[in-house]
Design a binder for this molecule. Sequence first.
Ligand code: R5P
Length: 276
Amino acid sequence: MVVTTSSSSHLLRGEKRLPVTVTRFKDGELYVKIHETRLKNKKVTVIAGFQPPADNLMELLLVLDGLRRLGARIRLIITYFGYARQDRTKPGEALAAAVVCRILRRYTDNITVIDMHSKRLKKYLTYKNIVPITPFLPIIPEGTVVVAPDKGAIPRARHWQRALRAPLAFLQKTRPAQDVVEILSIKGSVRGKNVLIVDDMIATGGTIIEAARVLKQHGANKIYVAATHGIFAGDALKNLAQSPISRIFVTNTLPQKKHPLLTVIPIDELIKQKHI
Ligand code: R5P
């Protein structure tokens, strides 16, 4: 049996779902009711992402609580793990990623995450990580150089490099302030080549816009981007449309609106085949 929360309701459309009501009180609080109550010892797969994080995370917690009270055996598939980027702290800062992990692990120890931002969260939560690369491969133009936009993206870029049998280039990034990106250096040759920047997510777009600017300066030809999660916060898509990026490929872990720059790659089958 499957439950999808609001932010994941676009996924697995053909699949029969458990009937769940989610409404909101006038004061803003959420209310959740699961209508099938004979769930004792039944396996239930909950598919949820939390972006935007606050209400979607709360909805998920209420669904998990309702199911646990009914005695269901919960398997959780997190399509987008919000707060994962807040996984390190300076004195006085909250460790938001750990807070979310600690709450989730109270409900189930059977958790799969689609492309968790960093392995650091393994410290706080046991989960299986799925990084979708294969669903992208058929539509990636041939002969591209794979580019890691920052240090964190290097292991991912190496996977892509092997899958595409392509050359690799790395950028070194720094964040002088929150949501501000600066590229410091580039290793590898991109001159006259089409390039594919690979990353786990696009939020403000700052990372890939800055990467694309530097790649162009170094003589790159067409610039493509492949990312698992397309958040596109604020004016991200508007800014990306004004950048030298030719095309962006993202999966449907988050619902996407049509945009001339975007190609959305469904990963429903991947979720279905492997986990339900
Ligand atoms: C950084 O570590 C991530 O992998 C992404 O590169 C980053 O979070 C993307 O954010 P933005 O689009 O705001 O630059």
